[in-house]
Design a protein around this ligand. Sequence first.
Ligand SMILES: *Cc1c(COP(=O)(O)O)cnc(C)c1O
Length: 226
Amino acid sequence: MIKDNLEKVRQTIPNGTRLIAVSKTKPVEDLQEAYDAGQRLFGENKALEMRDKHDALPHDIEWHFIGHLQKNKIKYIIPFVSLIHSIDSVELLEAVDKEAAKHDRSVDCLLQFHIAQEETKFGMDMAEAENAIVEMRDKGLTHVRIVGVMGMASNTDNRKQVRTEFAMLKGYFDTLKERYFADEAAFCELSMGMSGDYDIAIEEGSTLVRVGSAIFGARNYANVND
Ligand SMILES: *Cc1c(COP(=O)(O)O)cnc(C)c1O
């Protein structure tokens, strides 16, 4: 079933957009099934869960961290994480830099924007993002690199609203690119779109879609402890 779902989703993803299989709460066997169907890019939102899955699965998987990252848990993912999507403060960026330095590596990060109408979702606004970039440069952080932005649209059936929010995020991306990263080819990632709205996100320019339930089925949060 996972293999079939994956193939169906893949058929709708154009060149220029990468598919992250969001496997949070799912058992290692499910990830292995997706791996066997060729999937190499996975997203998780809990540090310990991602660490354990990394340890249990083949090491050519690219792991993306997409959830709220607590500072005391950064250390569990730094040795192997490919991209952290959820930077929402300079303090977090500094903490990631510090851990990454211990492992003598540089970690790619996205700035998470708040684009949804809901109050509860994490993320920055434009002023906060610009501050973070300026402060990061002032501090000379060398073990983190900002390669783009991420956002989650409102959880709504109103597809017009969702499209407006994705277009807004694309606008933030373009502005940051022009003001701060014009000479940095690495700043190229726009992470937006989930199972219910990734088609719209792709139309609005997404380079990374984060798709969970459309691949692995509905999640059962009763299985999770973190
Ligand atoms: C869970 C999650 C997803 C995937 O959600 P689905 O609706 O299952 O595709 C994408 N992005 C983030 C940040 C998530 O936490």
